[in-house]
Design a protein around this ligand. Structure first.
Ligand code: SAJ
Length: 402
């Protein structure tokens, strides 16, 4: 039996996938309410294909509980926040999950850590806990790689990395993942696996920062950054990403800081890139101000932000550029802007709307912060508005860009 610890964005799909592919699975989470929801047959977030996978896993006997199990194999997928000031990873959830597993597991059990951790965390924080317990366990790090918005597909198709102390254990764990994963699975050591995960997200963060910097350079001299990127990308060895209103989510906006926190005098490009991305919401706020000035719009109350999630077509608002922008605005003691997002049904900010038409009726200027499918189907409703399109998706005439 496999006991999955932590049933969030990564743990839940992984547990369901393993159960759907014939493994005996028990999903454990300390959040009683979340466990109750799952037991009642409801998923806790939206993803393409997740409902179907959930039903299949339930039919195959997956169980959900707040209790840790006594078994041979554990997958730990708990969150790893970072400290905003030191920029270092906070491994406390991983440590406490490992400690509780050690209280329940037999000698010889395998502990697979999927949570993203900064390189060296297993040596620094996990091994000492195991040593103190006196238990003999096999340690594996199998960092997740799936992208929110396409999780189920990517679980099935992405290549994976397994880091293990013992190659034979690594191969055994590879066999488990290979029961559903159609990608290539590489077995390496733990330190390398930790580093690859953070480096992958850092690569993307640095490349997004490059696109954001280009947008600022082009704005300065009134050049079309999108046309420039499009032409550059026709070069066989150039592939520039897209500028945007900022970088959100719990991965790309967080993981690269682990390297900055651990290697402050070495991680220079990464540090500047993260500062560029983090500065993007404030940059958008300045653009809003400039455009309002140009168009003689005096009242911020008539400006609306379309989108609250960290990217398109997901319901996840963690570190979202819109929240960052609102925070920045609040720090300037300015009146809050109106906000609407079709995926956010709870009230999480003031002046939040739950209907696109009501929202548009109340604003003269719309800032497209997130390129949800919904807005692409409703350009007609935006006619006559002042539009700041942060993603270059709006086909209407006279649209402003970042
Ligand atoms: N973004 C841009 N411009 C772009 C692409 C993205 O501004 O050209 C922004 C998005 O709008 C969003 C943020 O970056 O705010 C991050 O979005 P994303 O789609 O690039 O990535 P995530 O954070 O959803 O998922 C990433 C993925 N990592 C890589 O692609 C290297 C995913 O594979 C990881 O599993 C995930 O992080 C994770 O959990 O670590």
């Amino acid at each position: 039996m496999i006991n999955i610890i932590g049933l969030g964005y990564i743990g839940l799909p992984t547990a369901l996938m393993l159960a759907a592919h014939g493994h005996e699975v028990v999903g454990t989470d300390y959040n009683q309410q979340l466990v109750e929801t799952l037991k009642e047959g409801r998923t806790t977030f939206k993803e393409d294909g997740l409902e179907e996978l959930f039903r299949e896993a339930v039919a195959k006997g997956i169980r959900f509980t707040t209790e840790y199990q006594n078994t041979e194999m554990y997958i730990i997928s708990v969150p790893t926040p970072y400290d905003r000031f030191s920029k270092k990873v906070d491994p406390s959830f991983v440590i406490s999950a490992v400690k509780t597993v050690l209280d329940h597991c037999p000698d010889g059990a395998t502990l697979i850590i999927e949570s993203t951790i900064s390189p060296g965390t297993i040596d620094k924080s996990v091994r000492p806990v195991i040593a103190v317990s006196g238990k003999q366990v096999n340690l594996v790090h199998a960092p997740e790689r799936i992208i929110p918005g396409n999780m189920v597909y990517e679980l099935l198709h992405n290549n994976r990395t397994i880091g293990a102390d013992d190659k034979a254990i690594g191969e055994r764990v590879k066999g488990i993942y290979a029961s559903f994963c159609q990608g290539e699975i590489v077995v390496t050591d733990i330190r390398t696996a930790e580093m690859t995960k953070v480096v992958e997200n850092t690569f993307r963060a640095v490349n997004i920062a490059f696109a954001n910097e280009l947008a600022r350079i082009c704005r300065h001299d009134n050049m079309d950054v999108y046309e420039i990127i499009r032409i550059c990308n026709m070069h066989p060895r150039v592939n520039i990403l897209q500028p945007g209103p900022g970088v959100g989510g719990h991965c790309i906006s967080v993981d690269p800081w682990f390297l900055v926190g651990d290697y402050p005098s070495l991680a220079k490009v990464i540090d500047e890139s993260m500062k560029t991305n983090d500065g993007q919401p404030a940059y958008v706020l300045n653009r809003i101000h400039d455009i309002m000035h140009e168009r003689g719009l005096k009242d911020t109350a008539r400006v609306g932000l379309y989108g609250l999630t960290y990217k398109e077509n997901v319901d996840d608002v963690r570190e979202s550029p819109t929240l960052q922008l609102l925070e920045c605005q609040e720090r300037h003691l300015a009146a809050p802007l109106k906000v609407y997002d079709p995926f956010v049904t709870q009230n999480i900010v003031s002046n939040q709307y739950h209907n696109l038409k009501d929202f548009l009726n109340d604003v003269d200027m719309v800032v497209i912060m997130v390129k949800h499918e919904e807005i692409k189907q409703n350009w007609d409703l935006l006619k006559g508005k002042i539009i700041l399109d942060c993603h270059n998706i709006c086909p209407l005439p006279g649209v402003y860009h970042i």
